[in-house]
Design a protein around this ligand. Structure first.
Ligand SMILES: Nc1nc2c(c(=O)[nH]1)N[C@H]1C(S)=C(S)[C@@H](COP(=O)(O)O)O[C@H]1N2
Ligand SMILES: [Mo]
Length: 395
């Protein structure tokens, strides 16, 4: 180490010492700046991926006219949402380890050293509170434990993400010098590996392994080849009616079965369509049929691919004389559901693979998969692949 580097290291080390507690207040060598920095950098990466993919999902579910989402690549939403859930799950052990590593510094005195220090302390409230809230609500949603949140999940999870990321940006700004130094190993190692117990490497290896195992134990809900490994996945891509999972069952939809018989069922093309019309099931089957392989990717993390067969939405729109730039909504027969309606921008509506499906994998849809007709469209969340279709509403 040359002179100037050694000098700088001493200077930064003294700054670091002033923002972390002194040696005596640590009870374990694991509470070191280096451990905290390594966990912090890893969490910075997983949180950033989780945040960006979360925004993508939010934008799909709350579309804005100035940023119409493309319908291609067909599997993009699946990749994005799978990453969202996987990075969220992987973050749980990392966050707990990080909190455990740094908690002694919360007991540090003086409580407030400088304005910068005060800001850094305050930013911990949204950061720590927000992180715990995000991972708790996200995990509860994945395991379908909606009781503690009801309708509060989507907006709560969305706004808390911004608050958490705000805290994270301030925290990173404040911690970069200390983290750099700790990582570069130029800092005096305050806590050399202990003689007994878990040393830093062992601790970090255990945390990363826990994170990896937890990810493997769940990611098979969306990564087909890993489905047998995923013992903790709430849904698996090959389990369920017609070999695929479902979210809401037909029974839960509370649709009266007579609404769906050959005689009674009608699909209506309405709203602002210049030449609206309705079709029976026999008429739908008599139209040109189109086949496509597309995934259902639930926002909760599970997904599967299937081969769908049915009528192209664009064929119906052309027949109704609908403007190619028109926006649409498709509505389910199911009433009083949050998920019974799905918006489509012009590109999504006109995509050649956006179909009203009558069949899944060569069989008529089972009631649980949306018999007699469901929407399936590329690059969209499962929640928008509406089942038990009743009306195409031109806006
Ligand atoms: N009408 C209606 N359509 C719906 C839902 C619903 O609750 N009601 N759930 C959606 C959700 S959240 C998902 S993930 C997909 C799942 O499709 P599947 O049940 O056929 O697998 O259906 C979607 N379509
Ligand atoms: Mo879903």
């Amino acid at each position: 180490m040359n002179q100037s580097v050694a000098e700088r290291a001493r200077r930064v080390a003294s700054e670091v010492q002033s923002v972390v507690p002194d040696e005596e207040s640590f009870t374990s060598p694991l509470h070191s700046t280096r451990t905290a920095a390594i966990l912090g950098i890893t969490l910075g990466i997983t949180f950033t991926i989780c945040f960006v993919t979360g925004l993508v999902s939010h934008l799909h579910q709350n579309p804005v006219s100035w940023l119409p989402l493309p319908s291609r690549p067909a599997g993009l939403y699946r990749a994005s949402q799978s990453l969202h859930i996987a990075t969220g799950i992987a973050s749980v052990p990392l966050l707990l380890a990080k909190l455990w590593t740094v908690y002694p510094s919360l007991l540090e005195r003086p409580v407030v050293g400088s304005v910068a220090h005060l800001l850094e302390r305050i930013s911990l409230i949204p950061l720590v509170g927000g992180s715990l809230f995000m991972l708790f609500t996200g995990s509860a949603n994945i395991v379908q434990w909606y009781t503690p949140m009801d309708f509060y999940f989507t907006p709560g999870h969305f706004w808390a993400a911004w608050i958490t990321m705000g805290g994270l940006v301030v925290h990173i700004g404040a911690k970069v010098p200390a983290a750099r130094l700790a990582i570069s190993r130029r800092a005096p190692d305050l806590h050399p590996p202990s003689s007994g117990g878990l040393d830093r490497r062992g601790f970090l290896a255990t945390i990363f392994a826990t994170s990896g195992v937890l990810t493997l134990a769940t990611v098979g809900q969306t990564v087909w080849p890993l489905r047998r490994l995923s013992v903790l996945a709430p849904r698996l891509p090959d389990r369920g009616p017609q070999g695929h999972p479902i979210n809401r069952t037909f029974a839960e939809s509370a649709i009266k079965p007579d609404a769906l018989t050959e005689e009674n069922y009608r699909l209506v093309i309405g709203g602002a369509a210049p030449k609206g019309f309705s079709l029976t099931l026999a008429e739908l089957r008599a139209m040109p049929q189109h086949e496509t392989d597309l995934p259902i990717q639930c926002v909760e993390g599970w997904s599967y691919s299937a081969r769908w067969r049915g009528v192209r939405l664009s064929d119906l729109l052309d027949r109704a004389g609908v403007d190619p730039a028109a926006m649409l909504r498709v509505d389910s027969i199911e009433s009083n559901s949050l998920y019974g309606s799905s918006p489509l921008n012009a590109e999504q509506a006109r995509d050649r693979d956006t179909i009203l499906a009558l069949e899944i994998d060569g069989q008529p849809l089972a009631p649980d998969h949306g018999y007699p007709l469901r929407l399936i469209s590329p690059n969209r969340p499962g929640v928008q692949q509406t089942k038990w279709l009743g009306t195409v509403v031109v806006l």
